[in-house]
Design a binder for this molecule. Structure first.
Ligand SMILES: [Zn+2]
Length: 169
């Protein structure tokens, strides 16, 4: 795949982590707003329905059914599975240099570290812990502290506890 320029900060190209990734086209200082995570604002009910559908699809084929649904507030979800949402290509990692920032009903991507030119942008997808389904999203970020699965950092202790118990049994 060829390189696609996204905006003044970033470009899209094949990633070692997973499929396509987003890379810095120049040095990016910590705390820079890089792009909006655009999408379709849907009702909670519709968001849940789409989430369940993606989940079922992913179970059948792990290369499909990626989940781009964001919990916005009590009324709305944001479905980022739209062609103009380049932020959805930012890969998950256990060692990130970006984070999502919510402002009203909008989501933005912001750098949390200085990022060098041609470095890949990474973010935590914030998947919550579930004993029945955590293993459906293995992490291949390659960082030395990789926990093995795509999971919100707040839930890492739950995962570690679970894996420890599993080992003992
Ligand atoms: Zn990882």
């Amino acid at each position: 795949m060829k390189i696609i320029e996204i905006n003044e900060f970033t470009y899209l190209k094949k990633s070692k982590i997973h499929n396509n990734g987003v890379f810095a086209s120049k040095f990016i200082p910590k705390g820079t707003r890089l792009m909006e995570y655009t999408g379709e604002l849907v009702s909670k009910e519709e968001g849940t329905k789409r989430c369940d559908l993606s989940h079922a699809e992913h179970k059948k084929n792990p290369n499909k059914g990626a989940i781009y649904i964001f919990d916005i507030d009590e009324e709305n979800d944001l479905d980022g599975d739209t062609p103009d949402n380049y932020a959805k290509f930012i890969n998950h990692s256990c060692e990130t240099n970006c984070e999502y920032e919510q402002e009203g009903k909008k989501i933005f991507v912001q750098s949390t570290k200085d990022i060098n030119k041609d470095e890949e942008l990474t973010i935590n997808y914030g998947f919550t812990w579930g004993e029945e389904d955590y293993f459906e999203h293995p992490c291949k970020c390659g960082s030395k502290n990789c926990v093995g699965y795509i999971l919100d950092e707040d839930d890492w202790p739950k995962l570690k506890e679970h894996l420890k118990k599993k080992k003992q049994n």
